[in-house]
Design a protein around this ligand. Structure first.
Ligand SMILES: [Zn+2]
Ligand SMILES: [Zn+2]
Ligand SMILES: [Zn+2]
Length: 250
């Protein structure tokens, strides 16, 4: 990035000229960029995608069922239609697993979603626990964290312990994480209000009436966390006139 910044040193773009004559400005930027060098390799500018290429990216294949109420009849020669493949999912290149495979090398082959960047991200953050386990009815008890004194379940067993497959614990929380919302929906005895952020039961603040009218669920908040610039954590905005009341920036 900083090399690109060097290329743009002393450049100012005028909005009006951008709109009136983008080609000249593109030429100027390309010219400056292609004078840059990284690890002895010159920068190269590629032509940006045209309207047509962009539209092609979002093609949807018709189902080719004459009775389908959505798809119009196909217009392509039928052989060509049959040879059309859906766009492949991104999968790592076989030669270099740090990169994705080139489009031409995987088009028409079977690919899986598991290497999609957003999918990988969501998997990395997901708890490796069956969904049916982490529900209110299955809460048996609480423990208080030694370090932060918050009530929760931390890792119980070492990785090779046989109970690891039987007893599940959340692993994606740490001492900075707020209290799990399930704690508040559980009506187990010994469940008393604690601050959503720090887990303390002292100095809880009564939420303002205006907030109570806007949200079904307002989680407890203590004075100390207010001092630390925390606000009430809320859930379930109450809808009025069929519309969620729009959040306004103040
Ligand atoms: Zn159809
Ligand atoms: Zn802790
Ligand atoms: Zn607090």
């Amino acid at each position: 990035m900083s090399i690109l910044n060097l290329g743009l040193q002393g450049v100012a773009l005028k909005r009006l000229e951008l709109i009136e004559n983008i080609a000249n400005i593109q030429d100027m930027l390309n010219n400056r960029t292609e004078r840059l060098v990284l690890k002895d390799k010159k920068f190269k500018c590629h032509r940006s995608a045209s309207e047509e290429t962009i539209t092609k990216l979002f093609e949807i294949k018709k189902c080719n069922n004459p009775t389908c109420p959505y798809c119009k009849p196909i217009r392509l020669p039928s052989q060509e239609f049959h040879d059309l493949s859906f766009l492949s999912d991104p999968i790592p290149s076989q030669e270099n697993t740090d990169h994705y495979a080139a489009f031409q090398s995987i088009y028409g082959t079977e690919t899986t979603e598991e290497y999609r960047p957003t999918y990988m991200q969501s998997q990395a953050n997901a708890e490796p626990i069956p969904k049916s386990i982490l529900v209110v009815g299955k809460i048996r008890g609480y423990i208080d964290c030694e370090d932060c004194k918050k009530r929760r379940l931390h890792q119980f067993f070492p990785d090779d312990h046989y109970l690891k497959e039987v007893v599940f614990v959340r692993t994606r929380i740490n001492c900075d994480s707020p209290i799990e919302v399930l704690y508040y929906s559980s009506c187990k005895s010994g469940n008393y209000p604690i601050c959503y952020y720090c887990g303390k039961s002292e100095g809880l603040v009564v939420p303002p009436e205006s907030l109570k009218q806007r949200f079904k669920q307002i989680y407890p908040l203590c004075e100390m966390c207010i001092d630390n610039r925390k606000g009430f954590h809320t859930k379930g905005e109450i809808k009025t006139n069929g519309h969620a009341s729009k959040r306004r920036k103040t």
